[in-house]
Every structure is written in structure tokens, then in C-alpha cells.
Design a protein around this ligand. Structure first.
Ligand SMILES: [Zn+2]
Length: 639
């Protein structure tokens, strides 16, 4: 049994030397009017002391790095277990972190897709099949008796050339026949091949009739074929013309593309082997918006582009003059009169890699030549943006940019081959785009076969459980792909809460501030059940909350008050609901018993005609929503 939390004579902020004793493993609500001191008690005393003790337990080396924390002002604090704060703050600006990665679900999905996903060729869309030589031989043993077959090994696909040297080499190795562009021919000295055309060439390994007594010959031919074909061999059925291709790698016969094995890291948009190279795994590209950075009335010599280096610097003045001379335009005419080519050269650079440029110093008049690789002012500006250390500078640049979906991965964030891998008919990007609710039902409905169960049953269980926790804290509408910067403070708090429940930690003290904010009463009940689940695992949960339902559900209520600031700072009630309701000084009790309430106004404002009209909104999960919001009124948006 964990120990009681005991606080004596706490004087943090406005708290007036209060004493408090709390039982462990309970759901405890700290309530009271705003500014009464409940946050000082929960966060600035209990949480801070938990952190301080944790740091104190570390080595001196670690402590030196973290710095010592001040002890909260109190005579005695004991029974504090490791404390974890789950605050209402945004999850940060890092787009590399998503609901999926924050909860660890994405890690399990990566394992799932790498282990039992079905790789598809992103070009042909068909399944690719990695097979071991044994598997291939096993399949070939199933060929029907008396079937006439030819065992072929691919030698070249879509390759230009006359293959003269290759044929000589093949003859030396003992091959006598090849299949050239679908036709089986004998290798002779006088094969004439159009060297300018692309050809398909296969080696004929053996021609045979499948017979029980000849099975070893078949096995030998296939083994030899796999060796010659570097892991690829095909069986041509002479009578039907049907051809079966077997590959030791993942191979798509339709596109002719082979692929390597897939590892979990290949599904990560934060790992070089997985991330889309075009957008670096972000799924979108930030590009400068030409309308925002160009003043069409100004010329290049008047610095018409706000993100370009000035024409009045020695270096760029010379570069722009050289470009003008080479591409025959003037730096002195307004941008709107420049040709498309001139604009392109200025913004996006020259196709030619290195250009010899003549530089003249405008004052000293000396001259020199330099080879310049001109990649355009946008490239220069992008580099300045990427290398900038100042956040405010980056934000200013971002205001001039437009975000667009990456044309290479279409927002999938990972490379095409892993992105095309399916599990029960869905690709990984498709699964992460589902709402938590739909993803949960997908993972609950799908069936694993015997072999899949062996490999992935545990992984699927983890995924289901975590999705369940997310749905339980009222986030059923979010998708796993949603990135941290797009979450509200309340949403990211609940995502963190869900991952804490998933972590299975026990004997900890959790401190949360107003987790009910923004939640519909229906989802609030689910949230309460989640908090309860944390307690059931042997944790103590302290929640700062005004919400009535949460107060009613608590095991223990601490009411701080009676009013704000110096008129608060006292503990009015520390006990169960009945104790709170009986307290004559508690403002909270007055509202709970209905003695005080927020009156429904008798008179309403008259509706003005003025309104904000939103038509066809599609942001996040909005489905073409249209709404009129009247102005000059108090408007509630609920759901
Ligand atoms: Zn991309």
C-alpha cells in the first residue's frame, strides 16, 4: 500500500499555511474559484516537490545539468511518489510528432506493416512477393505431371544494346538458347540485334516435361535459374503460353521492379530510409508565394523581390547584371514587364550548372571573374530560412510562404514502396488518416490468420488498446496523422493522458489541470473512466477542475477558497462529496446544491443582420460545412 501524501503549513503563493492529508490511489479533485490557490497546491507544491525529489535522487553529474529546484515553501511534505504533470499546453510546434508517434501507436504500426504487411509495387499496384528459394522450389513441386515447361532466368530487361559480348560470354558458360523479346532463339555468332532499341533477354535454363522421376532435374534447373537470374526465375508453360515468375526479392512482374526487404524503419517518416526524400518526411512543402514577395511595379535594381539579396550589394548586383546580360533582359524595367524566362532565371536559377561571371567593384572599379552556380533567389532565401536560428525571423519568412501537399508522396510522408504496402487492404497512410473511431473498428473487425497471429497478435493488441485509450479520453474524432502543432491544448493533454494510461505505470501521482475543457458531457464521462483506470493501476490522480460531473465523481474533494488571491488560500473542505455539500463557506457547494446558479437571461439580444458567413469549410474533419454566425452577440458553438 502506498503512503499518504501529507502536507503541513504550506505557504506557496497565496496559500495560508495550510495542512492537507490525501490517501493514495484515489481520484482527487482540487476545486475552488479561479485564483483561490488550487494550482499553487497541486502544481507548485505537490508536482514541484515530486520533481525536486526525483532530481535529488539523480547523480551529481545529472543534477549539475538539470539544476537544483527550489523546495516549495512548507514545513513538511511527505509521501510524494514520482509525479507526472499532464498540463493544458500545446504539444509544441514540431510537425514530426503526431498523434500516432506521441502515443507510440505508430511504432507498433511500423512493426505490423514490416512484419505482415503485403508489399505492393507502387508503380503497377500489384502485390509483390518475396520468397525464399525453398518456397519457390516448394511451389514448383506443385506443377502438374506431364506439363511441358521452359525454365527461364531474366538476363536483361528493357536494355539497349547489341549484346555481342554478352552472347559470347553466355556461350562460354554453356548456354545455347535465349529468349529475345519473347522469342526463343539459339545463340549463334550472327544474331543481329538493333542496338538502339530496348530489349528483354532471358536465358533458357532447361526445357522439360514434368515427370515424377525427373523432379530432381526440375529442382536443379530452378536453382540454377535463380542463381543466373539473381533471385528471379520464371516457368513458361509451353502449351498455354502462361508464364509464372518467382522472385527471392519482392518483385513486381508487371512493372519489372524489384524491391528490398522492408524493415520497420522504412515506414518511419522520421528515419532517412523511410522519409519521402522530396519533403523530408513532412508531407508538405513550404514554398514562397510569389504574390507576397514580388512588387511587380519595381525592377530588379529597385529590389522588387523582398526575399532576394539586395541589388545594391556588390555580389548580388554583379550576379543580377551578369544574368541580365546572359539572358538578355534589363534589371531596370519593372518586374511586370520582364519576360517569363527572365523571371524564371531570377527566381529559380539557371539550368546550366556553372556560369562564368564578370564582377566589377562599383567603387574601386577593379574586376575579376568567378564561376557561379546560380540557383535562384528563392533557393537563396530558402537556405537562409532553413539556417536561421531566430524563431521570429523564421516566422516572418513563413508568412511569405504557402504550404502545399508534397507532390511526390501526396502527403503520405514515406517513400512510395512502403507507402503502398497493405495490411488487410489498407496502406499505412490510409490507416493513419482514419479517425481513431474508424481505426479502432478496423482493428477490431479484421481477422488474423494462424501465421499472422503468431507474428503479430501482440502488436495488434497493443495498437487496439492504445486506440481504445485515445477513444476513451474523448479523442475518437482525431486521426493518428494529426501533427502536434495542429492540436489544441486540451487535445494534446488528452493525447498525453492516453499514452500515460498505455504506459502501464503504477504508484505515480498524476496532476492534471481541467482536462474536461472543450469536452462534450458525453466524452467527459469517458474521460472520467480513464482517470479512474489510472487509479485502478495503483496511481493517485489529482485533477484541478470546476466541472460538476468530475467533482461528483471524485473520491476526495479539496475545496480551496473562499475567494481569489489574498481572500483565498485556505482549504475549506477536504473530504468526500457530502462533506463539501455541508460546508457553509464553500462557493463550490453553493453552486452544486443549486443555491447559486447562473441565471438564464429573461431578455435576449435582438438578432442583427450582420453575420460572418462560412461556406464549404473542409478543414481537418469538416465536411463541406456552411454556417452563419451572427455578429454583436454571445455565440456558443457546441457539439
Ligand atoms: Zn513527400
Amino acid at each position: 500500500m502506498a503512503r499518504k501524501i501529507v502536507l503541513k503549513k504550506v505557504g506557496v503563493h497565496n496559500l495560508k499555511q495550510v495542512d492537507l492529508s490525501l490517501d493514495p490511489n484515489q481520484l482527487i479533485v482540487f476545486t475552488g474559484v479561479s485564483g483561490s490557490g488550487k494550482t499553487s497546491l497541486a502544481f507548485d507544491t505537490i508536482y514541484v516537490e515530486g520533481q525536486r525529489r526525483y532530481i535529488e535522487s539523480l547523480s551529481t553529474f545529472a543534477r549539475r545539468h538539470l539544476g537544483d529546484m527550489a523546495r516549495p515553501e512548507a514545513e513538511l511534505i511527505e509521501g510524494i511518489s514520482p509525479t507526472i504533470a499532464i498540463e493544458q499546453k500545446t504539444a509544441g510546434r514540431n510537425p514530426r510528432s503526431s498523434v500516432g508517434t506521441m502515443t507510440g501507436i505508430y511504432d507498433f504500426l511500423r512493426i505490423l506493416y514490416a512484419r505482415i504487411g503485403i508489399p505492393h509495387c507502387p508503380v503497377s499496384g500489384e502485390e509483390v512477393a518475396p520468397q525464399s528459394m525453398e518456397q519457390i522450389l516448394h511451389q514448383i513441386q506443385k506443377l502438374p505431371e506431364k506439363a511441358k515447361i521452359i525454365v527461364l532466368a531474366p538476363f536483361a530487361k528493357g536494355k539497349k544494346g547489341e549484346f555481342k559480348e554478352e552472347f559470347a560470354e553466355l556461350l562460354r558458360k554453356g548456354y545455347t538458347r535465349v529468349r529475345l523479346d519473347g522469342e526463343i532463339i539459339e545463340i549463334t555468332d550472327d544474331i543481329a540485334i538493333d542496338g538502339k532499341k530496348a530489349h528483354d533477354l532471358d536465358l533458357v535454363i532447361d526445357r522439360l516435361v514434368v515427370r515424377e522421376e525427373d523432379r530432381t532435374r526440375l529442382t536443379e534447373a530452378v536453382t540454377q535459374g535463380l542463381e543466373a537470374g539473381e533471385g528471379l526465375v520464371s516457368i513458361l508453360h509451353v502449351e498455354t503460353g502462361r508464364e509464372q515468375l518467382f522472385s527471392e526479392h519482392a518483385y513486381s512482374p508487371k512493372s519489372g521492379l524489384s524491391y528490398g526487404p522492408l524493415e520497420p524503419r522504412d515506414f518511419s517518416f522520421n528515419h532517412p530510409s523511410g522519409m519521402c526524400p522530396k519533403c523530408q518526411g513532412l508531407g508538405s512543402l513550404l514554398e514562397f508565394d510569389e504574390e507576397k514577395i514580388i512588387d511587380p511595379e519595381k525592377s530588379i535594381s529597385e529590389d522588387c523581390c523582398s526575399v532576394a539579396s539586395s541589388y545594391h550589394t556588390v555580389r548580388f548586383g554583379n550576379i543580377f547584371d551578369n544574368l541580365a546580360r546572359l539572358y538578355k533582359f534589363s534589371v531596370k524595367i519593372p518586374w511586370k514587364k520582364l519576360s517569363d524566362e527572365a523571371r524564371k532565371v531570377f527566381l529559380h536559377g539557371t539550368k546550366k550548372k556553372w556560369i562564368k561571371m564578370r564582377f566589377i567593384h562599383p567603387v574601386k572599379r577593379q574586376s575579376w571573374t568567378e564561376y557561379v552556380q546560380w540557383r535562384g533567389v528563392l533557393h537563396e532565401a530558402r537556405r537562409r530560412y532553413q539556417e536561421a536560428s531566430s524563431d521570429s525571423y523564421r516566422r516572418k519568412m513563413e508568412e511569405l510562404m504557402e504550404e502545399s501537399v508534397c507532390p511526390s508522396c501526396q502527403g503520405a510522408r514515406i517513400r512510395p514502396y512502403p507507402a503502398a504496402t497493405t495490411f488487410k487492404g489498407k496502406t499505412l497512410p490510409q490507416v493513419t488518416a482514419l479517425s481513431i473511431e474508424k481505426a479502432l473498428s478496423f482493428f477490431e473487425k479484421m481477422q488474423l490468420n494462424k501465421e499472422e497471429k503468431l507474428i503479430a497478435e501482440e502488436v495488434v493488441k497493443e495498437i487496439r488498446q492504445r486506440l481504445f485509450f485515445l477513444s476513451d479520453v474523448g479523442l475518437h474524432y482525431l486521426s493518428m496523422e494529426r501533427t502536434a502543432p495542429t492540436l489544441s491544448g486540451g487535445e494534446s493533454q488528452r493525447v498525453r493522458l492516453a499514452s500515460q494510461i498505455g504506459s502501464g505505470l503504477s504508484k505515480a501521482t498524476y496532476v492534471l489541470d481541467e482536462p474536461s475543457i472543450g469536452l462534450h458531457p458525453r466524452d467527459n464521462r469517458k474521460l472520467l473512466a480513464s482517470l479512474r483506470a489510472l487509479c485502478d493501476r495503483g496511481n493517485t490522480v489529482i485533477v484541478i477542475e470546476h466541472d460538476e460531473e468530475t467533482i461528483l465523481a471524485a473520491d476526495h474533494i479539496v475545496d480551496v477558497g473562499p475567494y481569489a488571491g489574498k481572500f483565498g488560500g485556505e482549504i475549506l473542505v477536504s473530504g468526500d462529496l457530502q462533506t463539501l455539500l455541508k460546508n457553509p463557506d464553500s462557493v463550490t457547494a453553493e453552486y452544486l446544491t443549486g443555491k447559486k446558479k447562473i441565471p438564464i437571461p429573461k431578455k435576449r439580444r435582438k438578432r442583427e443582420k450582420k453575420a460572418i458567413e462560412i461556406v464549404g469549410a473542409k478543414h481537418h474533419n469538416l465536411k463541406d460545412a456552411s454556417v452563419k454566425i451572427p455578429l454583436e452577440m454571445l455565440v456558443a458553438v457546441t457539439g
